[in-house]
Design a protein around this ligand. Structure first.
Ligand SMILES: [Zn+2]
Length: 304
């Protein structure tokens, strides 16, 4: 790779296709890139061996990706080569999976394959921390809801001093319509604190993420307090098509868990004002499949 300028590099990052299979989430590449940007930001070596990336990316996928039976950090580590922003070392004699263009994980490990940004890209990024922040912000905006950005940055060790402020365009009308539909109250806990006449801490959440093509319509929205918004986006709870709140078996805690979460498990969502505002089953299904940390806890009342 010859020299590359900022605009060309931004274009390469923007062209990485991650939503290929309909609206199924595939956060593998974005997470690996954020991790690599974090390394670059800290001045770590340009390339890193797969054995070091493997457990870290597994953890990131488990925390920030959809619930899956297994996780495959080897896919993005191998496939990013084709996007022009990643190169591998020691990969010459790696054996591929049968009938596929992907490498076997065992091969990446046994050959000590390492990967990283190609040198011109690494050097361009290393010289310009603000540019790292800009790229990271684009990746976050394109792939994850705003409520997850801080946690993600922390998890990949990207300390950006608040430089990363989402600039994704939002439809203010969506927020207003969702708030009206739910009477400016959290649909889970009913939170509706006001300071004078201004309402605080209640937000319009997308059920199917904006980043996955979820539309700005009321049946794809929920009014949620900041806490329940964050927990919903992280898949700690979901809502069934019968509008029952279901908490994940993976969620636990001592202080606050019972009062702020478990107390609502199996309960009905506070319904919006009119039936045509109700969350649409398609969007709820997407949330269950792509965001919720399955399985849901047992609901006692459903058997009585
Ligand atoms: Zn709430």
């Amino acid at each position: 790779m010859e020299n590359i300028d900022r605009e060309e590099l931004k274009k390469l990052f923007a062209e990485i296709n991650v939503w290929k299979r309909g609206s199924q989430r595939a956060p593998h590449k974005p997470l690996l890139l954020l991790y690599a940007l974090g390394r670059c930001n800290r001045g770590s070596s340009r390339t890193v061996v797969f054995s070091e990336v493997d457990p870290i990316l597994q953890k990131l996928l488990r925390q920030f990706g959809p619930s899956r039976r297994s996780y495959h950090p080897e896919y993005p580590f191998w496939r990013l080569q084709n996007d022009g922003i990643w190169e591998l070392e020691n990969a010459e004699s790696v054996e591929l999976r049968k009938g596929q263009t992907d490498a076997k994980k065992s091969e990446l490990l046994s050959h000590d394959v390492s990967g990283g940004f190609p040198r011109p890209i690494y050097e361009l990024l290393s010289r310009d921390k603000a540019f790292i922040a800009e790229i990271a912000r684009d990746i976050l905006d394109q792939n994850f809801p705003t409520s997850m950005h801080d946690d993600l940055l922390q998890a990949v060790g990207l300390d950006l001093d608040r430089q990363v402020i989402s600039r994704a365009k939002r439809d203010p009308d969506f927020r207003n319509r969702v708030m009206t539909a739910y009477e400016y109250r959290c649909a889970v806990c009913g939170f509706d604190v006001r300071l004078g006449s201004s309402q605080l801490g209640v937000e319009a959440a997308h059920i199917k993420w904006h980043q996955a093509g979820g539309p700005d319509v009321v049946p794809n929205g929920l009014a949620l307090c900041s806490l329940h918004h964050k927990l919903f986006d992280r898949g700690v709870f979901t809502v069934s098509k019968e509008l029952q709140i279901q908490v994940s078996e993976h969620a636990h805690g001592t202080s606050g868990f019972e009062e702020w979460l478990l107390a609502f498990h199996g309960k009905q969502l506070r319904a919006p004002q009119r039936p045509d505002y109700y969350p649409k089953a398609d969007f709820l299904r997407w949330h269950f499949r792509e965001v919720f940390r399955t399985p849901a806890r047992y609901v006692r009342s459903s058997l009585s």
